[in-house]
Design a protein around this ligand. Sequence first.
Ligand code: BDP
Length: 323
Amino acid sequence: MTFKRKLLLAVLPLAISLSATAAEVKIKFAEIHPAGYPTVVAEENMGKKLKEASNGEITFQMFAGGVLGSEKEVVEQVQIGAVQMARVSLGIVGPVVPDVNVFNMPFVFRDHAHMRKIIDGEIGQEILDKITNSEFNMVALAWMDGGTRNIYTKKPVRKIEDLKGMKIRVQGNPLFIDMMNAMGGNGIAMDTGEIFSALQTGVIDGAENNPPTLLEHNHFQSAKYYTLTGHLILPEPVVISKTTWNKMTPDQQALLKKVAREAQMEERALWDAKSAASEEKLKAAGVEFITVDKKPFFDATAPVREKYGAPYADLMKRIAAVQ
Ligand code: BDP
């Protein structure tokens, strides 16, 4: 064999593998929620579309149920590119990209419909861009709907005074600790996966979340009182590691943006159905839904909005102006 031919044979596999890796994108997607949850279903459908529309160049594998770690850990993994994509609560992103905290403030949205209007419009895109333009190596693509969060406890909270001194789990974001303390409770940060046993063993007296999470994460087994404070309406960004994003072709990037936005709209319908069904199941399981006057909760948290909202006064005005 001539030297030239030998050389060609030696570099050929390299050339083939280089061109193959340029087009192939393998996505591991991390989710804290279990299979069948609205976000998981919409994201899996997004994965199917990615695979089909890219002729298999993009592959997608869902890791539901928190098997890749807590949301905090997953955000770190996405930053280094070890996990390619995830959906996380915005609460968890706040300590990393403080600019997103404007959506994490208690009672910043009038109601669920207001939040949806905001995430679908230009302000929603601006906040996604804040994540993308931060130094944290993630591209934020779309929003999932995480409904409205209310407080659930082992002993009933029928008025704000009842919350006094109760240890209530919140997500790991100082803003939420301040929020819970402002309402009279004792905010305790822990990961989602720790709540179930912390409730059972009495490490905490309660937590706060939407009906599907209260049901699907089995917290209702210990916390039978659900007080409808509606203090947080947190949207949930879908992110991809910039390391992965930068390896994708412009066409692949455009495809991902398109199907992520479709997932945003699809999840919403799934969410509404799941939320209604969860409420029924929780009531059937003996959870008491307690209607309260929200005003004392709103008033008590005003200092939190002042403290964290100060840099975003204009943005908050724009949010309030959206009808
Ligand atoms: C749920 C969110 C999930 C969070 C969880 C929590 O969908 O992303 O991990 O709350 O509070 O509503 O930990």
